[in-house]
Design a protein around this ligand. Sequence first.
Ligand code: NDP
Ligand code: 8X3
Length: 250
Amino acid sequence: MKTAFITGATSGIGKATAELFASHEMRLVLCGRRQAQLHALKEDLGAKTNVHTLNFDVRDKEAVQTAIESLPEDFADIEILVNNAGNAHGLEPIQKGDLTDWDAMIDINVKGLLYVSRAVLPGMIERKNGHIINIGSTAGKEVYPNGNVYCASKHAVDAINQGMRLDLNEYGIRVGAVNPGLVETEFSEVRFKGDLERAKKVYQGYQPLTPEDIADIIYFVVTRPYHVNIADLVVMPTAQASSTLVKKKP
Ligand code: NDP
Ligand code: 8X3
């Protein structure tokens, strides 16, 4: 039974991945800040597999380290790390950017991913066995108007993905990124600070990806034979050709 550690498992892509992994009886460590959602996940998925939940903010490096060090023996040998926690905060031209939003995106999407990886890696290196899946974005491949800092944070994930693969090569650890385009989750709700009407509009007039679509791909990535490493994968809805070109019904 493989142990998978998923950050940002309380909603969207992380939650769908946890559900799919549970249906394949993978042992799960599920992380997020919302305790009620973590509790519900443990109740629901606990019927299918062994689940351990960790409540921490990826921005807090001491909390990250303590949480990972506190893992019970059964869950401590992490084979798969899905670095998924992250969000966009705001969509403003650079000259109007909110500094708190900028801090959140850099601290969560970039530094949080680094803190979690740094805490998990020693075990993988010792066992010479591990697979890291970094959830990037099309925003890490191109920049769109008003996306400035979110795109920068995902370009950083792209660079970190490449850097990890180079540095971990000698230990036989697999590293790859899954970079989705538009996926309907709580993402836009967070970006627009709870403005549900505005969030809904992002996904209207075409068929966006679902979190389950991305979970399927992540499951495919982690179930390839060990000599196969999917290094970098971009996936968009068929209606999307780039960050700025989406064919919508009038
Ligand atoms: P959701 O908002 O649905 O999920 C985000 C998850 O990240 C939640 O589980 C949330 O948990 C967790 N999270 C956010 N901030 C923190 C934090 N400070 N500490 C710990 N956990 C945190 O969005 P998605 O599922 O869409 O996003 C998942 C990933 O996919 C992100 O990295 C996002 O950038 C990326 N992505 C999303 C796309 C989309 O169109 N939706 C497209 C491309 C990439 P909690 O609030 O409980 O802490
Ligand atoms: C999420 C996709 O296009 O909103 O990373 O940046 S997008």
